[in-house]
Write a protein that binds this ligand. Sequence first.
Ligand code: ADP
Ligand code: MG
Length: 268
Amino acid sequence: MGRIYTFVNQKGGVGKTTSAISLGAYLGYYGQRVLLVDLDPQANATSSLGIDKRSVRSGTYEVLLGLQPAGANILHNPRFKLSILPSSPALAGAEVELIEVNKREHRLSQALQPLVERYDYILIDCPPSLGLLTVNGIVAARDGVIIPVQCEYLALEGLGQLMQTIQRVRASIFPDLSVRGVILTMFDGRTRLALDVVNEVRRFFPTQVFQTLIPRSIRLAEAPSYGMPISVYAPDSTAARAYAALARELLQGDGITIPIFETQQGAA
Ligand code: ADP
Ligand code: MG
């Protein structure tokens, strides 16, 4: 049965989408069947993979409203080694339209149920808010949430509120909800501040921060405009190596062995 992880942090611009795509692409590279779920009405994950969000006729919105089964809307890209359930601007209406719906926090979790046997990893990319869409993402995070944190001033700001939301979901819906890990993103080792932030976040989450640091990288910022994950756009870049290392760290923690021939093939 596949694992479901949700990338969450109500702060925008911390690297949720970049991490979901880049980590997803390397999990694919290491032989895993990966599905990305774009739960953001801004559809950044969708457009970062070269899909025009205005061309999406059916995606997360239709799935959440029960108009379509999730499986009917998945796009697979063999070159990127990724599949995606795309988003579209229509998703912005879902929070309001679901208000009257019974068990509205469970919509995504239920919709993904038929897919857990078809994928090894389902990665859900949340919008920058703690609204109903994000709560749907958290409730669906069967194997935990992954929190990207930017190595910048005020990095921890808002994390208290995020932990409160997680705690509320634990108390009311999903007692076993866990934090699978914290990813430190946009790390610049030349600055004292970045090192301070790393230490501060490690104090806040003593056991949950991934060892692998994601460096600040122009290549990573460029990749979405070319519609490619970093594993294809710039596989030799330091950022690509970092996400490959993060994928190996995650796989190891999940008890999955990487086939040797894959690790010897470069890129990593
Ligand atoms: P979020 O999904 O949390 O809003 P994004 O992943 O979209 O954040 O990242 C915000 C912006 O920062 C994007 O333009 C992205 O390309 C860029 N970015 C993300 N990670 C890095 C990084 N490690 N180095 C440089 N730019 C990055
Ligand atoms: Mg995003």
